[in-house]
Design a protein around this ligand. Structure first.
Ligand SMILES: C[S@@+](CC[C@H](N)C(=O)[O-])C[C@H]1O[C@@H](n2cnc3c(N)ncnc32)[C@H](O)[C@@H]1O
Length: 282
């Protein structure tokens, strides 16, 4: 791979033409629009797939995915990065408990959107927080992603055994007091999120690039998704998120993300700078 990525005789301009061609072809053939994703990461992932498929050029990969849906699914799996965990960034969940949940508790009903939810662990965590303020039955959590494979996994509510210690530790650091073991049931050696959490979550396919807003929410999480987008696409998605938030609603971003440098900066109050919580001005 490094042969192509580093000191390659492969012409960079030619490579760019081919990558653009591949993205155009994927969009036209399958409707997935990666044309405005950040180029360096996209390029790395495309080459990763091309080399596994034992192809020498991106055009060859284009040819393959155009004619073979399964090859496209393999490329798609490389382009989406479903990394997540329960109570990821525990400090954020602590800040939510202390500074956001008391406000949500005043609502008669809370709609939550996890945009780019991957395999669902962030939505599971939010269901637990809502339960702890007796709001679970007065809320609906929408958890969306472009990856149907990730959503299928999310709907199962399986908590990986090998990540259990990490999740329990994150939960404790987030200020949780009940034992982590009370959130799941063990079935045939597998830990399953308690169904009462799962039944409040709707998992659905939604593409932030091509789909529209579908409701109004009191809180939206869109963490570690827009880091893969270029500036223009980020701006567009911020518009979608802003339009989907109710006045006074909260936007939660990843720890390397911000509303600063978008045209929406002045329309939010920074609620917690460290953990990237913003509140839409009324
Ligand atoms: C790194 S994960 C972040 C998961 C979770 N938000 C977190 O921070 O733990 C990024 C997710 O964004 C999803 N994604 C990428 N592009 C997307 C798009 N255009 N629309 C919706 N989801 C997208 C990927 O499929 C992946 O599951």
């Amino acid at each position: 791979m490094s042969e192509f990525l580093d000191s390659s005789p492969y012409d960079e301009r030619l490579e760019k033409i081919e990558i653009e061609g591949l993205l155009e072809a994927v969009f036209k053939r399958y409707g997935y629009d990666f044309r405005n994703y950040a180029y360096p990461s996209l390029r790395r992932r495309i080459w990763h797939r091309a080399l596994i498929e034992q192809l020498e050029t991106v055009s060859m990969l284009q040819n393959l995915v155009l004619h073979d849906r399964e090859a496209f699914e393999r490329l798609l799996a490389d382009l989406v990065i479903p990394v997540t965990e329960m109570f990821r960034d525990p400090g954020l969940f602590k800040a939510l408990r202390e500074r956001v949940m008391p406000i949500l508790k005043q609502s008669s009903f809370v709609r939550v959107w996890h945009a780019g939810c991957a395999t669902g662990e962030e939505a599971y965590s939010m269901a637990i927080l809502l339960d702890q303020i007796q709001m679970l039955n007065k809320s609906r959590i929408y958890a969306t992603d472009i990856s149907e494979a990730s959503l299928q996994r999310a709907r199962q509510g399986i908590i990986s055994q090998d990540r259990m210690t990490l999740y329990a530790h994150n939960y404790e650091l987030s200020g949780g007091s009940e034992p982590f073991a009370s959130f799941y049931e063990t079935n045939h050696g597998q830990a399953m999120l308690n169904p009462r959490y799962l039944e409040r979550i709707v998992f659905a396919e939604h593409n932030l690039v091509t789909d529209r807003s579908f409701n109004e929410f009191q809180i939206i999480f869109c963490r570690n998704v827009m880091i893969y987008f270029d500036t223009a696409l980020r701006e567009r998605v911020h518009g979608l998120l802003y339009d989907s938030l109710s006045p006074g609603g909260f936007l939660v971003l990843g720890n390397k993300e911000s509303v600063a440098f978008t045209s929406f900066a002045g329309r939010y109050e920074t609620w917690n700078d460290e953990y990237r919580i913003y509140r839409k001005l009324r």
